[in-house]
Design a protein around this ligand. Structure first.
Ligand SMILES: Cc1ncc(COP(=O)(O)O)c(C=O)c1O
Length: 486
């Protein structure tokens, strides 16, 4: 029998099976002893085989921190699949990957360019590394009421104003699937001797369809943090950091990943990452192209429903692209908010979207979806539209606030003394905490921002609409934490 080709193997799962199959009596961690002591509820959640293989540190297994065996093999296979020079398995989500990316190539005091629609994990990375952001205002689409991203001219202007900046951190694609011409950005960023670090949480599938935007690494990014768990088939909490060597020191990245991650990584999580990679090696283009086709058909049908609108590529300026598997549905035309629509779909139609905002619902179509599921969603949207037919289009008296005035660095604000003040009286003070709505997790206020009245009004309005406030110590927002005045 010939050996299976490497890319069609799952080295981590094979090593776990080998240890469990050896039958050694367990006098080691974890305490449930391969399921023997597991509570019935845990046994219901994880199969007996899964529990038997949920071990670590055995000679058959490998060390995530200094991999030489199955984890190294699995990471090398992931790097090969994605065309990277190195791939690092992350067990603390893309947040962990983003923290690693920042800690792996920047140092305290460095300045970086960051779009204001960055995810909260980027702010976390800046705090950890002591790096100072220069925030860039993304373009806001008035009709959709969401940030779409940066254009090259914004990046050039920020780089001209801050020639000392060491890197551009970018969100690509945005949560709603919008992309910039990244190859053009990479060329510019590198011409200014900056690094291009990409939060590609929503892009682990881009590589597998030529109908989707270029994946970040292929466009010239130095590092890209991908949420394998969000879009592909690994378990929640698992991500991959892809790295191109040259401008980035691979050893430094490895040691940052090691600093930030547990010394007891769960093997089931690692195996799930490896298996998700295997699934893409076996069937990536077929599965991802099917999702693209399904989403495109759904988008077309949604656009036939009076009162609903799902933007496609044609809506975007020519320089932008769209991950077609993200189906954003604007419900403005029904005279209701996205939050109301989410509630109705969930409780009257048993449909759960990925997120809602003031005007929109976002549906993720993945390789796991089928025609039948898309048809159920379409019927529900038709039902929703019929319920509110003939209403006037909704217009809220509020706009996403612009980048606040420069205050102090996020790290200084995070570690500085803080005090609690009335929310309504906080204008002019410096925020000590993040405030956002989750998802999408884009901070409206970040530690270090000068708080302005527009931001407070926007936050209060969104809270009243029913969006979930995340970040502040007082989530009712009677009060807010600000940096202590000395
Ligand atoms: C754009 C973006 N970046 C990063 C993250 C963080 O990913 P994770 O939840 O895997 O830590 C998210 C999560 O929603 C995200 O939407």
């Amino acid at each position: 029998m010939t050996e299976r080709q490497n890319e069609f193997r799952a080295p981590v799962a094979e090593a776990m099976k080998a240890y469990a199959g050896d039958g050694a009596l367990a006098f080691h961690t974890p305490g449930h002893k391969q399921g023997l002591g597991a509570h019935a509820l845990l046994r219901e959640l994880i199969t007996p085989q899964g529990l038997r293989e949920e071990v670590s540190l055995m000679e058959e297994l490998d060390d995530l921190h200094e991999p030489t065996m199955c984890i190294k093999e699995a990471q090398d296979l992931a790097a090969e699949l994605y065309g990277a020079d190195a791939a690092y398995f992350m067990i603390n989500g893309t947040s962990g990957a983003i923290h690693t990316m920042i800690m792996g190539c920047l140092k305290p005091g460095d300045k970086v360019l960051v779009p204001r629609n960055a995810h909260r994990s980027m702010i976390g990375g800046l705090i950890l590394a002591g790096v100072t952001p220069v925030f860039i205002q993304p373009r806001i689409d008035e009709k959709l009421g969401i940030p779409m991203g940066l254009v090259l001219a914004d990046i050039v202007a920020a780089a001209d104003a801050h020639p000392e900046a060491k890197a551009l951190l970018l969100v690509y694609p945005t949560y709603y699937g919008v992309t910039i011409d990244l190859a053009e950005v990479a060329e510019f960023v590198h011409s200014r001797k900056m690094l291009l670090l990409v939060d590609e949480a929503h892009g682990p599938h881009l590589k597998f369809s030529d109908r989707l935007p270029l994946q970040a690494l292929d466009a010239g990014a130095d590092m890209a943090a991908q949420s394998t768990h969000k879009i592909l088939g690994s378990m929640t909490q698992t991500s991959i950091l892809l790295v191109r060597s040259g401008r980035v020191d691979l050893e430094r990245v490895r040691s940052a990943a090691s600093l930030l991650q547990s010394t007891s990584p769960n093997q089931l999580l690692l195996a799930s990452l490896d298996i998700a990679r295997l699934q893409m090696a076996e069937q990536g283009p077929e599965l991802v192209n099917r999702a693209v086709q399904l989403a495109e058909r759904l988008r077309q049908r949604v656009n036939e429903i009076p009162g609903l609108w799902s933007f496609g590529k044609e809506y975007l300026p020519v320089c932008e692209g769209l991950d077609l598997t993200k189906v954003t549905v604007s419900v403005r035309g029904l005279g209701i908010t996205g939050v109301q629509a989410e509630h109705i779909l969930r409780h009257e139609y048993k449909i759960q979207c990925e997120l809602s905002d003031a005007y929109n619902l976002l549906f993720i179509i993945s390789y796991a979806d089928t025609e039948e599921q898309a048809a159920v969603l379409e019927r529900a949207l038709r039902g929703l539209a019929a319920q509110f037919a003939g209403r006037q289009e909704l217009t809220l008296p509020v706009e996403i606030p612009l980048v606040p005035a420069e205050g102090i660095s996020p790290r200084k604000a995070f570690f500085g003394g803080r005090e609690t003040v009335d929310f309504e009286a906080a204008a002019g003070r410096i925020a000590a905490e993040q405030i956002m709505f989750y998802p999408p997790g884009i901070p409206i206020l970040a530690p270090g921002d000068v708080i302005d009245a527009e931001a407070l009004y926007y936050i209060r309005t969104m809270q009243r609409l029913g969006l979930k406030v995340v970040g502040p110590a007082d989530s009712s927002l009677k009060t807010i934490q600000v940096v202590e005045e000395i």
